[in-house]
Design a protein around this ligand. Sequence first.
Ligand code: PLP
Length: 390
Amino acid sequence: GCPLVYFDNAATTQRPRQVIEAITETYEMHYGNVHRGIHRLADETTELYENARQRIAQFLNAKSHEEIVFTSGATAGINLVARAWGDAYVQEGDEILVSELEHHSNLVPWFQLAERTGAVIRYIPITDEGLLAREQLERLLSPRTKLVAITAVSNVLGTIVPLTEIIAAAHATGALVLVDAAQSVPHRKTDGQSLNADFLVFSGHKMLGPSGVGVLYGKREILESMPPFMGGGSMIREVRMDGFIPGDLPYRFEAGTPPIVPAIGMKAAIDYLERVGLERIDQYERELVKRLHQELETLDFVRILGPKPEEKSGIVSFVVERIHAHDIAQLLDHVGVAVRAGHHCAMPLHKRLGVTASVRASFYFYNLPEEIERLLEGLDRAVRLFRRRK
Ligand code: PLP
């Protein structure tokens, strides 16, 4: 009964008509399987699918489209690296360095790798403000460090991580770097070559695209050195009775029918985002963050988690004194405001901050400043209701 305010963009975004139309048109007019048909529909689909890969390579300023592997999402990309690269190169006693900011998707695959290999997981700590304790980095990096797996932007605190510095320091000790860019690629310009990460992952559904598709970007020479993770059709050059020869990049990491139409939809999403402009998107969302911060800072019963707005991307998480985050989110939902409540797949981070759950408002460029007022009104109602009940 009231207009929707959608502040759950870090979980997933809404898609514009252009993306939905690209998907519908593919299914209606150009749909076959990729890389295997000799007929026209299969050719058309293959062309659209490979165009999407080219477009993503250009969007990320990758050196080549061979560095773009389609996955089902950021999580799948991290798991692919943990399995294909990790199982081949990580041994007992080697160290994987993560941070206290990580999403479970950038923790659990490394725990699993550690279980398989005897590797050790170490953490770059954060400060009480939710910033990375950079001065600890030198101490933690050593010749034993095989990989630094780190988020670009915290999905809870919005903290922007100083990647350039971390990547340079990691490379200086011989470690590779995987960047979990699920919360940054949709909102901020990403230049793969100047960033110089070895792996970078993100998801289509967090950037106006369909669910079920994501990208693993990897440096060509590193991807080439990795055995395939999943076996099946399309990832081979040749199969004999007694074995197989893997195919070339990037297909050797795309076993089976890939997320064809979602990848095509993701291209349409990128076209849309670039028309709006990523610099503008970033700037605009930071204005929204500043505004919400200013308002929440006046409420003595609210604790904002994480750093100052200047150090944040478009995410604001907070806790309300004596009211559980789920209750706040439910009451906000009654007035049409969608936020997320809980641990946001970052339980270790919540533990570090001394809370079990938080309320998260996460923005995208289609959100409006007035919508922040709606959130604040809803919050006020919720707090008054709870105080009356006590
Ligand atoms: N990493 C971060 C920082 C995230 O915020 C998310 C999703 O919330 C993921 C990884 C996992 O993304 P997906 O579920 O699309 O694989």
